[in-house]
Design a protein around this ligand. Structure first.
Ligand code: DQA
Length: 142
């Protein structure tokens, strides 16, 4: 099982950005957290982060034939990006959408997710643990 973890814009600012919402741990902490869990589960993985929509689309396309599943936190693009939705549909890999915060309990504009139109599971409001849950779900199912 080879999983690609994709993180969208501003997630590289974890630890600095709105710590009351996203916590004080940094993006490096998140990557180490994912790495430790994947090592424990013997899951092959790669993590990618970008602040650019097109770079995320390309990264998803390049998962084809290389990865078995995708874990994605598209960050703000969740609520705007038909391009990311289409890329996920194009590669048609099992995908879990993760959000650190509970997007249903925040501003109205965060309630709608284009990505949820494709993702087979959505995990929100569980902080870093959400990534663990997503990886575990994929490992157990595929
Ligand atoms: C987020 C929620 C999004 O609404 C927001 O734009 C983010 C992060 C989350 O992980 O909670 O940047 O995806």
């Amino acid at each position: 099982m080879k999983i690609k973890v994709i993180n969208g814009p501003n997630l590289n600012m974890l630890g600095i950005r709105e710590p009351d919402i996203y916590g004080k741990n940094t993006y490096k902490d998140l990557c180490e957290f994912i790495e430790d869990f994947c090592d424990e589960k013997e899951v092959d993985f790669e993590i990618f982060q970008s602040n650019f929509e097109g770079a995320i689309v390309t990264e998803i396309q390049e998962c084809l034939g290389e990865f078995d599943a995708i874990v994605i936190n598209p960050a703000a693009y969740t609520h705007t990006s038909v391009a990311i939705l289409d890329a996920l549909k194009a590669v048609a890999l099992p995908t879990v959408e993760v959000h650190l915060s509970d997007i249903d309990e925040r501003e109205a504009f965060r309630k709608f997710s284009f990505i949820s139109l494709y993702a087979e599971k959505v995990i929100k409001g569980k902080g870093f643990e959400g990534y663990k849950e997503a990886i575990e779900y994929l490992v157990n199912k595929y």
